[in-house]
Design a protein around this ligand. Structure first.
Ligand code: ADP
Ligand code: GLC
Length: 488
């Protein structure tokens, strides 16, 4: 039997501990599936306030572990907890850095010391591995928060008796977040300017980019869908990294994220007022009734399409298109229920729409996991009109809930949604290609028309509910890539 592969999996958010978006969903499930496939996998996280308050059972692992920080050393207490599947999760305690209301920032913007916070997290994670004598075959890093790790392995840790020469895989989940900091902060990382701060290194237009560090210094790079892996090599989607990513194309892979059906399945979802499945759909009607009441939608809209939205409210997500055509959408006599948090301007646009069309549009701001599940179940249509979308998970969740996605054909949305053809009965949703409101409105009208044909709509829901986006195949792809970087 092949020896058990050892993985140190580093991500700044992981379900059920801390979450702001899909990264946490992926980091909560992929390790579990990898463990099921035989991997020895371990995680580390900053001991954020939200985790401290989460009631997890923890044990002290290291008292005052010394961690390099700039020219000094700071200490951290390290606790260990376990997921339900007995995966160890090391929690790095440093109250001055992590005992804050949020993970990354507040309404004033990102925390001013994020490079310090995540440098510390990265170094501490490596120091934990050293202190445990845990020599991973691969360190799997995610997004800019851990982008420095591959550079650290090539730099300060190249002499480490435990970690020298360890292979690193870097996965980027969104090129919109590049971890850019002024060069005078470089000393905090412990990386030497001579060796690392240049165009072929982590220098990015005179600044540091930790995302770029991740891409440059890793043995392989993945992103979260095949389409996004192609898109990012072009000027329209590369966000300045397209040249580098094109150069790296032989080690750049697109692997579609999967769904955790233990959490996202209407047959077992504990947040719903009624459960349902393909064999008995009555619960879905009850969920719709409940949602209409909860969100204050006019009861007269009961038989009309109810459109659901659950999203970070950022320019990426494309809700400016909805704003442009909101009058026409409302004229279709539909209801809209939205849940989101993010940029103030996008939030304001939703609030204004609610004022103009009370009872037709309802908007709930904040991060609300139970409500997200109730919208998934109670809506008929789910909107994801993104300008770009590396993978997108909500459209795949929606499919399982019989809630038909309308998406823009980009990134993982393009890879998971196929246009419904009433003639053949094939397809699981609707998608539009050019990023403009008339293309968007056209597919909305198409969906509204098919909604009136009960038989066709049922077929469409059935196609979605039967689709299988579970993690198995994608997790095996990651294992293949781990093995390929171990051999380099
Ligand atoms: P992204 O990671 O870009 O935000 P994804 O579709 O990959 O997009 O994942 C978003 C995840 O965050 C989903 O699990 C979704 O249900 C959840 N989510 C987004 N906004 C909220 C919110 N306001 N309340 C609860 N869950 C949310
Ligand atoms: C990012 C992307 C999203 C993706 C998620 C998980 O937040 O915006 O498209 O699904 O990461 O990979």
């Amino acid at each position: 039997m092949a020896e058990q592969i050892k993985i140190l999996f580093l991500s700044s958010e992981v379900v059920p501990f801390a979450k702001t978006g899909g990264l946490a969903d992926v980091s909560g499930t992929l390790p579990v599936v990898l463990k099921g496939l035989g991997a020895d996998i371990r995680l580390a996280l900053p001991y954020y306030r939200i985790i401290r308050e989460g009631g997890f059972k923890t044990d002290l692992l290291f008292n005052r572990l010394e961690v390099p920080f700039g020219r000094e050393k700071l200490s951290a207490n390290v606790f260990v907890t376990e997921t339900e599947e007995s995966i160890p999760v090391y929690l790095i305690e440093r109250e001055d850095l992590y005992d804050r209301p949020n993970l990354y920032g507040n309404s004033m913007g990102d925390y001013y010391d994020n490079i310090e916070r995540f440098t510390f997290f990265d170094h501490a994670s490596l120091k934990i591995a050293e202190a445990l004598g845990f020599r991973p075959d691969v360190i799997h890093c995610h997004d800019w928060q851990t982008g420095m790790v591959p550079a650290l392995i090539k730099g300060p840790y190249s002499e480490s008796s435990v970690l020298s020469g360890t292979s690193v895989l870097f996965t980027f989940h969104n090129l919109g977040h590049q971890g850019i900091f002024p060069v005078d902060k470089l000393y905090i990382t412990g990386l030497s300017a001579d060796k690392f701060f240049h165009m072929e290194g982590l220098e990015y237009w005179g600044n540091i980019s930790l995302l770029k560090a991740g891409i440059v210094y890793s043995d392989a790079v993945t992103t979260v869908s095949p389409t996004y892996a192609r898109e990012v090599q072009t000027g329209s989607y590369g966000m300045g990294m397209e040249g580098l990513l094109y150069k790296k194309r032989s080690i750049l892979h697109g692997i579609l994220n999967g769904v955790d059906y233990r959490l996202w399945d209407p047959a077992t979802d504990m947040h719903l007022s009624a459960n349902y499945s393909l064999s008995d759909m009555t619960g879905k009607g009850q969920c719709k009734d409940f949602l209409i009441q909860e969100m204050g939608i006019l009861p007269s809209l009961r038989e009309r399409p109810l459109i659901g939205i659950i999203s970070r409210l950022e320019a990426q997500k494309g809700f400016d298109l909805l704003e442009e055509i909101i009058e026409d959408v409302i004229a279709l006599n539909v209801g809209v229920v939205a849940l989101g948090t993010g940029e103030v301007t996008v939030q304001k646009a939703f609030e204004n729409a609610v004022k103009r069309y009370p009872g037709r549009i309802s908007f709930h701001t904040g991060f609300n996991e139970p409500l997200a599940h109730r919208i998934m179940a109670g809506a008929d249509i789910f909107l994801v009109p993104s300008r770009y979308e590396p993978c997108g998970l909500t459209q795949m969740y929606a499919l399982r809930y019989g809630t038909v996605p309308i998406v823009r054909a980009t990134g993982g949305l393009n890879d998971s949604i196929d246009r419904f053809e009433p003639r053949t009965g094939k397809g699981n949703g609707f998608k539009f290609i050019p990023y403009n409101s008339s293309a968007f409105f056209q597919v909305l009208c198409e969906a509204e028309e098919i909604f009136r044909d009960k038989k066709a709509w049922e077929k469409l829901m059935e196609n979605g509910m039967k689709a299988d986006f579970s993690w198995g195949q994608s997790a095996r792809r990651y294992l293949e890539i781990y093995r390929s970087v171990m051999d380099v």
